[in-house]
Design a protein around this ligand. Sequence first.
Ligand SMILES: Cc1cc2nc3c(=O)[nH]c(=O)nc-3n(C[C@H](O)[C@H](O)[C@H](O)COP(=O)(O)OP(=O)(O)OC[C@H]3O[C@@H](n4cnc5c(N)ncnc54)[C@H](O)[C@@H]3O)c2cc1C
Length: 1013
Amino acid sequence: MTFDDLDVRKHQDEKEAVRSLLAASPLNPEERSAVRAEAEALVRTARRSARRQGVVEGFLQEFSLGTREGLALMCLAEALLRTPDEATRDALIAEKIGPADWAAHLGRSDNLFVNASTWGLMLTGKIIEVDEEARRDAAGFVKRLANRVGEPVIRAAVAQAIRIMGEQFVLGRTIEAALKRSRTEGYLCSFDMLGEGARTAADAERYEASYAAAIEAVGQASAGLGPEAGHGVSVKLSALSPRYEAVQEARVWSELYPRLVRLAAIAARRNINFTLDAEEADRLTLSLKILERLASEDVLANWTGLGLAVQAYQKRAPEVIHRLAALAETSGRRLMVRLVKGAYWDTEIKKAQMAGRDDYPVYTTKAATDLSYLTAAKALIEASPRLYGQFATHNAHTLAAVHRMAKSRGVKIEHQRLHGMGEALYAAADDLYDGITLRAYAPVGGHEDLLPYLVRRLLENGANTSFVHALLDERIACEDVVVDPMSAVEAAPDRHPRIPPPRHLYADRLNSRGVDLSVAPERDRLVKAARAVRPVPGGPDAVRSPVDRIAIGRAPEATEGEITAAFAAARRAQKAWDGLRGPGRAPILNAMGDTLEAHRDALVGLLVREAGKTLQDAVAEVREAADFCRYYAALAVRQFGPPLELEGPAGETNTLELRGRGVFVCISPWNFPLAIFTGQIAAALAAGNAVLAKPAEQTPLIAREAARLFYAAGLDEPLLHVLFGRGETVGSALVKNPHTDGVAFTGGTDTAFAINQALAARRGPIVPLIAETGGLNGLFVDTTALREQVIDDVMVSAFGSAGQRCSSLRVLFLPHDTADLIIEGLCGAMDALVVGDPADPRTDIGPVIDEAARAALEVHLARLHKEAKVVKVLPAPGGEGLFFGPVLAEISGPDFLDREVFGPILHVVRYDPADLDRVAGALSARGYGLSLGIHSRIEGFAERVRDLAPAGNVYINRSIIGAVVGVQPFGGEGLSGTGPKAGGPNALLRYAVERALSVNVAAQGGDPKLLSL
Ligand SMILES: Cc1cc2nc3c(=O)[nH]c(=O)nc-3n(C[C@H](O)[C@H](O)[C@H](O)COP(=O)(O)OP(=O)(O)OC[C@H]3O[C@@H](n4cnc5c(N)ncnc54)[C@H](O)[C@@H]3O)c2cc1C
């Protein structure tokens, strides 16, 4: 069976998807009213048994995430216990606890746990008992406490409270403890081993061992009961490989799959339920392929416990159920299918917007997800006995609907809830339905691993669309808590009004369209485009690919005569272009945005071959170029339209307008040969200038192609001249030319100095230089940071694009307490990187741009070997390609570097948090100010670092690369550039002159406006 074709509907238009849901109509009118009545009865009963409320519910009722206290607790819960050093713990506690109003929560909840948290946070040290003083004057007591933050007793009390809180959400720290508790409490469980996904092969090995032990223990405890009556285990495939990604499919088969088969074999031998959890939408197809292969494994023969979780919020959900039924049929194996709504909804929305998808893989309204759930549930029940339905929800309507569908068809099903949640609801269901089969999804693990899970649950259930949220809010009547999704969708079938399709994210321009590389045909198309760039005969002006040094085009250097002619033609054309004003010029820029997208595959192919870009980077670059065009078009309309009327006395009019300066020289670099080349030109054109553009020597072909597309989009050729050649010759001639009215430059700091001096030496009008240069970009991590997030963000920031971005991470600052742990993780994650042919979708790191670049990196590496501690060097592929294996080296401090090292070399500095001022000050003293990263849960820490090492672009708890046009305007200060930032609201101003006009209206005898007021 092929699953790749499922992806056709991955980003299906929401309207269309909702239409088919409504057409499927999973309940008839009679069933609808019966389900509603039952659901209301469930809500009433559940509300009455408040004492049996799960701890999550209790917690949320008291500490809603809409309150400062709820947020403070969530943040503390997420970070406190993994923070090893006392000083940082104190800082975290002080920041989160200090300003919150804990006294308001005192004694308000019957739930022991909630009170325990409150008291613990209020620092009794004894957790539950409160002293007399607190009883008399709670507010004052808390205030005094907040002042005492930093004393050991407070730290201990808060840590204890968080620990107590955490313990409510896990069944046990170990599988043995969890099994014991499930026996005492009489639950049937699916155990989940907590933890983030693997980032290294060692992580994957550790998770495999822990799953294997759990499966054995669960198997022993459930001996003879079988997959339906006995406990089971849930497994996250992302825990079994650092590269569980569609683009790494081959490695999934060679690395992840064998681990999974080993685990499944134990589960089969023990005859228990073994469910593959559902993760991100990008992984759905791959997970189905994995399941299909497992289903046909001989070692797993006759086992009926194999299962998969399916997310109803995905538009593909009903189809997935049909495919699973077909798979059960063809493999002759009964499959267990857990239907959930899905836990990553907000992430899917964000990812699709960032990636410029046509639509989302998930629905944008809660009601559509609920309806999709019912549609998939019906299909799942009807596929019995080939599929065994396990229905996971805490929503009374969903529960009642599923129960009715199964009962009316005489199908046995299982209900599922999360440990710590849904207790009252399922107790009510057990009463109403005279017994149900119920399993709890039970997390097992230590506090350190628990907290991200906990935070997800709090966020999910704290949302105001959540059923649990409404269930808990006594102000909402039972009838209103229960929502029939069919009626809701019929009444409002459209997408969520505040969640436009990703392409329409911005009010006045289109978001650029991305390519989904997790979809096989999309990948294949781009690979074909890269292979289509044909070799040409070599020669002195040949352009050679850094991938294999094969000539792929020619670009003869511009002559002096050509430069003179270009200036003359540009000057002649500029006046009329300027006269069009912004609204007249914008259509051409918008057309260029569309033209770039229409030619995206060919541009990607060229970027891969000429600049050595990976497919992912090449797509991002085409998108950025299109974004520049559309953003500057919108700015041109806004800023270069009718003159701005200014305030003034009666009898005169005063206006200010922006006009083009004349002929702009744009000098762009090879590292963004399309985006920066196009961006500079689009800015200059938008402001009403004509342009002479000199692309980098290494990447003239893509520049030629971009210019061709400008003309195809309707730009008159005299307005844009592309002049190939070296900086020392052509670049210098352009800058020195007396007809140059301004220069936009992106490149090295030394060249910027040279341009600045050349401009200063000219006698004539003083013209602007807009320069974006390099940076010594640092990322500061404190001990509250999450290891996995740090690893992910450092890997892409330092090694993405082979470290050849001006924003790339150069120096990582790690606190002594967690440095070893993070460095070990980084080295493991480096091992999982692929260095090689950028046309191969598996490749993470392509070549560096030319021999000189590689030689400079080699010289620097030799110095690191001599004067620093080289921790890791990844081998680079041999052959003709200009590859350089990523390096991680520890240096003593930022003083070690006196300039930017442009490539995949990450320098690590260990620091003592008490010494932060000195260390960050030393980075700042290098004089650059481009990108800065901070990983911390303490806002005060982030503020301090920003203050100590100011930079043009600061990124907190994310990667430090990939600034998006209009979203993160990009550009540095100090040695890193002049501003204004590219892709920002002020970007066009320096490309323009300002003209003020004052007309004395009274000169003609009087001010008619004044007289007719
Ligand atoms: C036993 C069990 C196992 C689970 N295993 C997994 C798993 O493997 N993978 C996984 O991803 N999740 C899993 N979950 C988590 C599960 O996805 C959430 O708990 C579930 O979505 C909550 O749904 P509900 O019916 O309880 O609550 P409801 O309040 O009825 O639904 C909330 C859900 O609706 C969806 N939603 C919310 N707002 C919108 C919106 N605007 N547009 C569209 N949809 C929206 C989201 O999925 C949200 O979680 C599991 C849950 C349980 C109980």
